[in-house]
Design a protein around this ligand. Structure first.
Ligand SMILES: *[C@@H]1O[C@H](CO)[C@@H](O)[C@H](O)[C@H]1NC(C)=O
Ligand SMILES: *[C@@H]1O[C@H](CO)[C@@H](O)[C@H](O)[C@H]1NC(C)=O
Ligand SMILES: *[C@@H]1O[C@H](CO)[C@@H](O)[C@H](O)[C@H]1NC(C)=O
Ligand SMILES: *[C@@H]1O[C@H](CO)[C@@H](O)[C@H](O)[C@H]1NC(C)=O
Ligand SMILES: *[C@@H]1O[C@H](CO)[C@@H](O)[C@H](O)[C@H]1NC(C)=O
Ligand SMILES: *[C@@H]1O[C@H](CO)[C@@H](O)[C@H](O)[C@H]1NC(C)=O
Length: 655
C-alpha cells in the first residue's frame, strides 16, 4: 500500500460511508440468506412456503440491510436496481403470489398469511413500520381493489396498492400487450428500478427468454415514497398461503445500489411447470406431443368409462353426473369419509342443525381434522348450482370463510367436508358460556371477521353469492378465535323446492328479513340477518325468546329498537362485557346492528359499509348510516318511553 492510498481510502469512506451492495445469485445455498419462518432452500432455489402447512408464511432476506439514506439525517435517498426470477405454482386456478419487500424488520409484527403475503396486518389498519412491497399477486381480493387474479402492484405500508396493472409486457416487435401468467409455475423475470432522487419506482416483467421490455409495466413517482423508507432496510421476498396448495419460489436474484443490477444467467434455471403443462420448444415437438397426448387421453377416457360402467353395473358406485367431475373441491369416496368418522358414529357427532348432521372426522391420508356435514337434498339442479358456487369460492379462498375440503354424494345424501374449527360456534360462546367467555374485544373482532367474509361473498365475484342463513350457529371460531362464516350457499339447495312437503323460505326464524315473506333473498336480506347477529352478540340474548304459550315472545330487535328510541340503547349490552368497554363503542355497534335490521331493505347499509365501520373501530357511525337509522325506525313510538313495544315486521304467523 502506497503512503498516498490511506488518506484516499479515508476520504472515500467518508464520502461514501455506507457500504454499497452488489450481489448476484444464480442459485442459492442456505448460508446466503436470512430465512424466516417456513422459507427453505430446496435444490438451490428459495421455496418460501411449506405446502404441508396451513397458513404458511415464509420470507427470505439478504443478510445485511441496504442503506436507503447515506447518513441518517440526509434527505438524499439511494437508488437501486434489482432483478429476479420467480415461479408461482398453484394447483387450482389462483392462489397467493409473491412479494418483493423492503422492510426495517425481517418479521413484521402481526403479519397475516394468505392474501396478506405474510407482511401486512389488515386492510384498514396500515402497518406502523417502514414497509414497501411490490406484489406479484395471483389472487383476486376485491376488498383491496385488485383488478384480477394476475396483477402487479406497489404497496406502501398497505395491502391496498397505490398502483396496479395486469401482469404482462409489450412485445418489442408487434408492440402488442402480451399477458404473463404468473401462476402456472412458469419462470417469470422481474426488474425493479428505484430512482431515489426522483422517488420513482419502475417494475417490469417478462417471461424468461424475452429481453427486458423497454417500457416498464408500472412506473410510480411520488415524493411521499420517502416517508415509507427507513435509513436501513432489509430487502427480500415474502409469501404466504392459507389452506390450499401453492408453491412460491425464487430461482435467481441480483441487486445493486450503485448501478444496474447484473444480468442473471437464466439459461440453466430449473423449471417447475408440471410436466403436462410445460410448453415445448419446437413446433414439431408440440405437434407430436399433442398427438400423443390426444391418443393417451382418448385411451384413458375409454378405460375410465369402461371402469365406471363396471362399477355402476356392479352397484359399487353412484352414477356420476358429468358436471360432478368439473368442480374443484375434491370428491371424496364415501368409504373414506365413513372411515374418517368411524362409520358416522355417535361419538363423532358434533351436532344436528337446520341443514343436516355434522360429524367430526380424521382423514387418514394426511391426519387432517375435518367436519363432515351430511345434507339430504332432493334437487339435482340445486346441487349443481351449489357445487358451482362452492367450487368458485373454494378456489378464491378467504380467511373468514370456513374452508371447504371437498364433498361426496351418495344417493340423495350430499356430504360436505370442511376444515374442523376447534373452537366451535359463536352461538355456543355467547349462550352456553364455556369456561372462558368471549370478551368485548373478541366479540367485535369476530363480527368484523364475519363482515369481511360476507363482503367477500357479496362483492368478491362477478355474481353476488348470497349466504341466506347467517346466524350465530353458522359462525365458527378457528383456533385463533377468529370468526369464519360457514355453510355458505347451502340454502340454494332448497331454493328449487326440493325439501319434502314445503316450499318455504329458507333461513332461520328470527334472522329472516321481513321482505322475504314476499320477495326473493337479496344482499340486503343477508345484511339483515347479520344485523340480528350483531345485536345477539352484544346483548347476549337470542333473537326470539319464548317464555310461555300465552305471553308474546320476546323479540330482540324490537327490544333494542325501543331502547334506542328512548335514547338508552347501551342498556341492551350483555352484563358480562359491559364493564370492558366504553359506552360510546357499545352504542355504536348496537346502532349499526339496528341499521342493518332496518325494516326496509334499501335503508340498510351495504356490507362494505359495515366492514368499514367494524374494522376501523370508529366510535361514531358515519352520517349516512345514522340518518338511515333514524329514518322511520322510531316513528311509531314518538320517542315516548311509555309506548307499547314496536312490533317487528317479521311476519311470525307465516312460519
Ligand atoms: C454457499 O455459497 C457461498 C458463496 O455464495 C460459499 O462460500 C459457501 O461455501 C456455500 N455454502 C455451502 C454450504 O455450500
Ligand atoms: C413442512 O412442515 C412440516 C411440519 O409441519 C415439516 O415436517 C416439513 O419438514 C416441512 N417441509 C419443508 C420442506 O420444510
Ligand atoms: C442529525 O440531526 C440531529 C437532530 O435532528 C442532530 O442532533 C445531529 O447532530 C444530526 N447528525 C448529523 C450527522 O448531522
Ligand atoms: C422499524 O421502524 C419503526 C418505526 O419507524 C421503529 O419503531 C422500529 O423500531 C424499527 N424496527 C427496527 C428493527 O429497526
Ligand atoms: C422508469 O420508466 C420511465 C418511463 O419509461 C423512464 O422514463 C424512467 O427513466 C424509468 N426510471 C427508472 C429509474 O428506470
Ligand atoms: C403497451 O402499449 C400500449 C399502446 O401502445 C400502451 O398504452 C401501454 O401502456 C403499453 N404497456 C406497457 C406495459 O408497456
Amino acid at each position: 500500500m502506497t503512503p498516498l492510498s490511506l488518506p484516499c481510502l479515508y476520504l472515500l469512506l467518508h464520502i461514501f460511508p455506507a457500504l454499497s451492495l452488489d450481489f448476484l445469485f444464480n442459485s442459492f445455498n442456505s448460508s446466503d440468506l436470512l430465512l424466516v419462518d417456513d422459507a427453505k432452500i430446496d435444490s438451490s432455489v428459495i421455496r418460501l412456503t411449506n405446502d404441508s402447512n396451513h397458513n404458511s408464511i415464509g420470507r427470505a432476506f439478504y443478510p445485511t440491510k441496504i442503506n436507503m439514506k447515506p447518513t441518517s439525517n440526509s434527505t438524499k435517498i439511494s437508488s437501486f436496481s434489482t432483478s429476479f426470477v420467480f415461479s408461482v405454482y398453484t394447483q387450482f386456478s389462483s392462489g397467493f403470489g409473491i412479494a418483493f419487500v423492503m422492510s426495517n424488520t425481517t418479521s413484521p409484527p402481526n403479519a397475516l398469511p394468505g392474501q396478506y403475503f405474510g407482511l401486512f396486518t389488515n386492510s384498514r389498519k396500515p402497518s406502523v413500520f417502514p414497509l414497501i412491497a411490490i406484489e406479484f399477486d395471483t389472487s383476486l381480493n376485491p376488498e383491496f381493489n385488485d383488478p384480477d387474479d394476475n396483477h402487479v402492484g406497489i404497496d406502501l405500508y398497505n395491502l391496498e396498492s397505490v398502483i396496479t396493472e395486469t401482469a404482462g409486457y409489450n412485445d418489442s416487435v408487434s408492440g402488442n400487450f402480451t399477458p404473463v401468467n404468473m401462476h402456472s409455475g412458469n419462470n417469470v423475470r422481474a426488474w425493479i428500478d428505484f430512482d431515489g432522487s426522483n422517488l420513482q419506482v419502475n417494475v417490469t416483467i417478462a417471461p424468461i427468454g424475452v429481453n427486458k421490455p423497454s417500457k416498464p409495466l408500472l412506473s410510480y413517482t411520488n415524493p411521499a415514497i420517502a416517508d415509507y423508507l427507513f435509513d436501513e432496510m432489509f430487502v427480500g421476498f415474502s409469501a404466504s398461503t392459507l389452506d390450499h396448495f401453492v408453491i412460491q419460489r425464487v430461482l435467481a436474484w441480483s441487486f445493486s445500489d450503485t448501478g444496474t443490477a447484473r444480468d442473471l444467467n437464466t439459461m440453466n434455471l430449473p423449471n417447475f411447470v408440471p410436466k403436462s403443462m410445460s410448453s415445448l420448444s419446437s413446433g414439431a415437438m408440440v405437434g407430436i406431443s399433442i398427438a400423443c397426448v390426444a391418443v393417451l387421453v382418448v385411451f384413458l377416457t375409454g378405460v375410465y368409462w369402461f371402469w365406471r360402467r363396471r362399477r355402476v353395473l356392479e352397484g359399487e358406485d353412484e352414477e356420476i353426473e358429468d358436471w360432478e367431475l368439473e368442480y374443484w373441491p375434491h370428491r371424496f369416496s364415501y368409504e373414506e369419509l365413513s372411515q374418517a368418522t368411524s362409520g358416522f358414529s355417535k361419538e363423532n357427532l358434533l351436532g344436528t342443525g337446520g341443514f343436516g348432521t355434522v360429524y367430526k372426522g380424521n382423514l387418514a391420508a394426511n391426519n387432517n381434522e375435518v367436519a363432515v356435514k351430511c345434507v339430504n337434498h332432493d334437487s339435482k339442479q340445486g346441487l349443481r348450482e351449489f357445487m358451482a358456487e362452492i367450487s368458485s369460492i373454494g378456489r378464491l379462498q378467504q380467511k373468514n370463510l370456513v374452508p371447504v375440503r371437498g364433498w361426496c354424494r351418495k344417493g340423495k345424501e350430499l356430504l360436505l367436508v370442511y376444515d374442523y374449527m376447534p373452537n366451535g360456534s359463536l352461538h355456543n360462546w355467547i349462550f352456553h358460556k364455556p369456561k372462558k367467555e368471549l370478551d368485548w374485544k373478541g366479540r367485535c373482532r369476530v363480527l368484523a371477521d364475519v363482515a369481511e367474509g360476507l363482503n367477500y361473498l357479496h362483492h368478491g365475484f362477478n355474481e353476488v353469492v348470497l349466504h341466506r342463513d347467517i346466524k350465530s350457529s353458522n359462525i365458527l371460531l378457528d383456533k385463533d378465535m377468529r370468526g369464519r362464516l360457514g355453510d355458505f350457499g347451502l340454502a340454494k339447495l332448497y331454493k328449487h323446492g326440493g325439501v319434502p312437503n314445503t316450499t318455504r323460505v329458507v333461513g332461520t326464524l328470527g334472522y329472516l328479513a321481513p321482505e322475504l315473506a314476499s320477495l326473493a333473498a337479496t344482499a340486503a336480506s343477508d345484511v339483515y340477518s347479520f344485523g340480528v347477529v350483531i345485536l345477539e352478540v352484544v346483548s347476549g340474548r337470542r333473537p326470539i325468546e319464548t317464555w310461555s304459550k300465552e305471553e308474546d315472545p320476546f323479540l330482540l330487535i324490537d327490544w333494542v329498537r325501543e331502547l334506542n328510541c328512548e335514547g338508552k340503547v347501551s342498556e341492551a349490552c350483555d352484563d358480562t362485557v359491559k364493564s370492558e368497554c366504553e359506552v360510546g363503542e357499545i352504542e355504536m355497534v348496537l346502532k349499526l346492528g339496528l341499521a342493518c335490521c332496518h325494516p326496509e331493505p334499501q335503508h340498510r347499509p351495504s356490507v362494505k359499509e359495515v366492514v368499514a365501520i367494524l374494522s376501523d373501530a370508529v366510535v361514531s357511525l358515519p352520517d349516512n348510516v345514522e340518518v338511515e337509522l333514524a329514518h322511520g325506525v322510531c316513528s311509531g313510538s314518538n320517542g315516548n318511553n311509555a309506548g307499547p313495544p314496536l312490533h317487528s315486521t317479521v311476519p311470525q304467523s307465516q312460519y
